[in-house]
Design a protein around this ligand. Structure first.
Ligand code: S3P
Length: 432
């Protein structure tokens, strides 16, 4: 449990931890590569540790020191059957990406996770994998995990995905490594492209054109060194804290600003946020920068369409930011929020309302009216926040809590460990 109270400002410097999506992929692709992969900046959050655990159970030796992970890859056909169920914890990325890999093995696997994970929709991967000839079943016949996967050779497909989802796209491309021809996926809008970038850097033949991505099998993956950039989804909490907290200026170092992830920066800028970039560079084949963020007078905006997949995980904290902007903010086309670690449309609306915000949940987003009177800061008041064990809800409402009157109590705050174990320590260091 954590209790937060208003801070007069946030000031200082933080370095956000490694990117969660990229950390998962580095371990997975390292396991399927020939030779060693060394990973610097790996996120040791619970989700990525679930990925490590699954690959260890399938016979991959993975060494951990304070700042380096070494994966002793065994090649595309080097995994072995796990004697136990593969425990994917809270991690949708582990579940969906590993399923693609397991579908093409010559052994059987069972994947299961925690209560939240086992209610998340898996039909989105069961359908395309079944089209590829995979034998994948939901053990409770509810299209959720636990999943039973009997691996065997796969057929190549072209899949028109109904959702813009990097997890679905990556699942199919990884299954494509074991297919009898070119496998491609077309998405309705481009989702994060870390799989394509990293598979290519391991030596795979991956081609991208518009929203279609094609994997041509037959090339071995080769182990390599990977620098993981900081996670923009983790930086998001401090970006919003810097913008909405009065008299603030913070530097957020080592933030991955890949276009397919950086929608929040575009939105902040369009709302009038003062964000400056320093030291633009590359790490692990991804663009990176340090960000200077200052308190800003923000205006409401409309967030919809193709930008949504590029900021999907940041929408809870963007909804909070909208409460501090002048006028109305409309967020639509974000139906996917309903099937994340929690129903984030419902839970964000309920908790922000409890703090006094004017927010209306819609089927696929929110309508937020700011209560800002000219010259005054908007008034949120403290509340008891239930986050349904959803890490992004806990962090969003911590930032709300330092900008609200009275006390905000976050009951299940330990869930931040899923993606950001250092979050509360870093937040404390920025507050008075
Ligand atoms: C992720 C993709 C997104 C995102 C999740 C991580 C990934 O999910 O919400 O936190 O690493 O591929 P979807 O692919 O379901 O949109």
């Amino acid at each position: 449990m954590r209790t937060l109270t208003r801070t007069p400002f946030v000031k200082g410097t933080v370095t956000v931890p490694g990117d969660k999506s990229i950390s998962h992929r580095a371990v997975m692709f390292g396991a399927l590569a020939q030779g060693d992969t060394t990973i610097h900046g790996f996120l040791k959050g619970a989700d990525c540790l679930s990925t490590i655990d699954c690959f260890r159970r399938m016979g991959i030796e993975i060494e951990e020191t304070d700042d380096l992970i070494t994966v002793h890859g065994k090649g595309l056909h080097g995994l072995k059957e796990s004697v136990e169920i593969l425990d994917v914890g809270n991690s949708g990325t582990t579940t969906r990406l590993i399923s693609g890999i397991l579908a093409g093995q010559n052994f059987t696997s069972v994947l299961s996770g925690d209560a939240s994970l086992n209610t998340r929709p898996m039909k989105r991967i069961i359908s395309p994998l079944t089209m590829m000839g995979a034998d994948i079943r939901s053990l409770k016949e509810n299209d959720c995990a636990p999943l039973l996967i009997k691996g065997h050779p796969l057929k190549a497909i072209h899949y028109n995905s109904p959702v813009a989802s990097a997890q679905v796209k990556s699942c199919i491309l990884l299954a494509g490594l074991y297919a009898d021809g070119e496998t491609s996926v077309t998405e309705p809008a481009l989702s994060r492209d870390h799989t394509e970038r990293m598979l290519r850097s391991f030596g795979a033949d991956v081609r991208s054109e518009g929203t279609t991505c094609t994997l041509v099998p037959g090339k071995a993956l080769h182990g390599k060194h990977i620098e993981i950039p900081g996670d923009i989804s983790s930086a998001a909490y401090f970006i919003v804290a810097g913008l909405i907290t009065p008299n603030s200026e913070i530097e957020i170092r080592n933030v991955g600003i890949n276009e397919t992830r950086a929608g929040i920066l575009k939105v902040c800028e369009s709302m009038g946020g003062d964000i400056r970039y320093k030291n633009r560079r590359e790490a692990g084949g991804e663009p990176v920068a340090d960000l200077i963020v200052k308190s800003s007078d923000l205006q409401g905006t409309v967030i919809e369409g193709d930008i949504i997949p590029t900021l999907i995980d940041e929408l809870p904290v963007i909804a909070l930011m909208a409460c501090f902007a002048d006028g109305k903010t409309i967020i639509r086309d974000a139906h996917e929020l309903r099937v994340k670690e929690s129903d984030r449309i419902e839970i964000v609306s309920r908790n922000l309302k409890a703090m006094g915000a004017d927010i209306i949940p819609t089927e696929d987003g929110f309508i937020i009216n700011s209560r800002q009177d000219p010259g005054f800061f908007p008034v949120l008041h403290g509340a008891r926040i239930e986050c349904a064990l959803d890490h992004r809800i806990a962090m969003t409402f911590a930032i709300a809590g330092i900008n609200a009157d009275e006390e905000t109590v976050i009951t299940d705050s330990d869930c931040v460990d899923v993606s950001y174990p250092e979050f509360f320590g870093q937040l404390d260091s920025l507050c008075l």
